[in-house]
Design a protein around this ligand. Structure first.
Ligand SMILES: [Zn+2]
Length: 258
């Protein structure tokens, strides 16, 4: 009897969920939305885009110059405040540069595909992101956003398939831990091992040209993306040899984490 009641309440719960989830097509198309946006919003100005990039590069250079030239003169504990301020400021502007490369991946930087891909490749490689690899997977993320089956990343989790330990994380401290983990390790783990990404039947990685994420047409560009990341890694290695690991982390590592 009790079991039957349980069953009917479960059916009722499923019906309520079904009511909340829009399953029918909306009464408008993407074309309708695009037509409603003023045409000038779709214009891509090369000069305007480069002005944003130069502005960010100038700020990054100024922050770096100040830290490199004056911070060793500041006594502790004031130097801790100075470095923390630097990491936050440099991290914010660095994120802006990363976003400009993201726009290049969407062909939103200029009218010229080759300009967008060249700028995007240089900027994302400098920030250790494989440009084309992420550009292709990210495009599929936008065309399948929030799809349980087909989204490339940020796949909504099904309650019945949550791992056993999630019930212990459903509290403020647990959420804080998840947030801290997501902000530090989630991005590299996604790129390296497709953690939290769409499920594939074999090994998937943004650095592996024969990964099932990519079509045969895209594989050459994955090699180019890897070469960009390797070039930056080599420059960081050279910088570490000259200035030391602590300096590389303080001036570049922590801002990119923030
Ligand atoms: Zn995007």
């Amino acid at each position: 009897m009790g079991g039957g009641g349980n069953m009917s309440s479960k059916i009722e719960e499923k019906k309520n969920i079904a009511k909340r989830v829009p399953s029918s097509k909306p009464p408008f198309t993407i074309g309708d939305i695009k037509r409603a946006i003023p045409p000038h919003c779709f214009e891509r100005s090369l000069i305007k885009s480069f002005s944003y990039l130069i502005q960010d590069l100038v700020l990054v250079s100024i922050f770096y110059y100040i830290a490199n030239t004056y911070f060793h003169l500041i006594p502790t504990p004031y130097s801790y405040i100075a470095w923390t301020t630097y990491w936050i400021a440099q991290g914010c502007v660095g994120e802006g540069i990363w976003i400009l490369a993201h726009e290049c991946g969407h062909h939103g930087f200029s009218d010229y595909q080759w300009v967008d891909d060249t700028v995007g490749l240089i900027l994302h490689s400098a920030l250790l992101t494989p440009y084309f690899s992420w550009k292709h997977s990210h495009r599929r993320h936008h065309s399948n956003t929030a799809s349980i089956e087909n989204d490339e990343v940020y796949k909504p989790r099904i309650k019945s398939k949550l791992r056993w330990y999630y019930k212990y994380l459903n509290n403020p401290l647990g959420r804080l831990l998840i947030l801290a983990f997501t902000l530090t390790f989630a991005w590299p783990l996604y790129l390296l091992f497709n953690v939290s990404g769409k499920k594939y039947d074999r090994f998937a990685s943004h650095y592996y040209p024969y990964s099932p994420i990519y079509s045969d047409r895209e594989r050459l560009q994955i090699y180019i993306s890897d070469a960009g990341v390797i070039a930056t890694t080599y420059l960081l290695y050279r910088a570490t040899m000259i200035k030391g690991l602590a300096w590389v982390f303080a001036s570049m590592g922590y801002p990119s984490l923030l």
